[in-house]
Design a protein around this ligand. Structure first.
Ligand code: C5P
Length: 253
């Protein structure tokens, strides 16, 4: 069997060369990391859930005309995506205060924000993905002014879509992070939502109870991460009960 070419391995995913030019296969691992990989574990079934959930969100975005890198899901852990040049920014959108915003500004977690706040972090693990301003982005040439206009518009459209989808199943979208890629089409370039959208990259709180259904469960040792992600998938109708990931070999009587 021919070994396929690994293009990149990150903390939670691996990218392999795709079957056609301009495509990649994105493989979702079970590895969970937090605090810039200082905390690590393997969470059985996480990759399967994130593959399904990211497919669900990216397909929804494609369907409403928000371009993404997603083409189609291939199997339980892999999806076919368009190859793109990732802009070295993490684009964070916040609807409620939480996480680093609460720590930095001393605002209590859960405080509603008067309007969505968009933040940019420079993607560099060695530096701990520092918060940057549009001045830094322009000065260091990470993105042009036109790119920034497009990124802001994409980020807010993703926020509207995700907030609505989650609200419909009783979940509050507190914040999320997306990454943006450049796709070249002849002489033109287009920006697309890339990477993944999953409970690894969002804060999701149950509207009634405030229960956390996202990676904070792992970061803050709040319980079983697979259970939290399975609950999100169940509410969205993404993973029928019969197709839940089998984390361990199960004895069938
Ligand atoms: O940590 P912070 O509060 O800045 O995170 C904001 C949002 O961005 C959270 O939903 C978090 O899960 C996501 N995030 C991410 N990857 C990072 C940093 C933050 O997905 N490297």
């Amino acid at each position: 069997m021919a070994r396929r070419k690994k293009i990149y391995e990150g903390k939670a995913k691996i990218l392999y060369e795709g079957p056609e030019p301009g495509t990649l296969v994105q493989y979702f691992k079970d590895d969970a990391t937090a605090f810039n990989a200082q905390k690590k574990d393997v969470v059985d079934g996480k990759g399967v859930l994130n593959n399904r959930l990211s497919e669900f969100f990216m397909t929804g975005l494609n369907n409403i005309g928000v371009p993404t890198h997603f083409i189609r899901r291939l199997n339980m852990r892999e999806q076919l995506v368009r190859s793109c040049e990732i802009i070295p920014l993490e684009v964070v959108v916040r609807n409620f205060a939480a996480g680093s915003l609460s720590t930095r500004l001393g605002i209590e977690e859960g405080t509603p924000l008067p309007r969505p706040i968009v933040e940019y972090c420079y993607k560099d693990d060695k530096l701990g993905d520092p918060l940057v301003t549009e001045e830094h982005i322009a000065a260091f040439g990470w993105a042009s002014q036109q790119d920034m206009d497009d990124i802001l518009s994409l980020a807010l459209r993703v926020n509207d879509f995700l907030s609505g989808v989650m609200m419909a199943v009783g979940i509050k979208l507190v914040d999320f992070k997306i990454e943006i890629g450049r796709v070249y089409e002849g002489d033109f370039q287009r920006l697309v939502v890339a990477d993944e959208i999953s409970p690894d990259s969002c804060r999701l709180w149950d509207i009634e109870t405030g229960q956390k259904l996202d990676k904070d469960v792992f970061r803050r040792d709040l319980g079983n991460l697979t259970d939290a992600y399975t609950e999100v998938a169940r509410r969205l109708g993404v993973m029928p009960k019969s197709a839940q990931p089998m984390s361990k070999p199960t004895l069938i009587n």
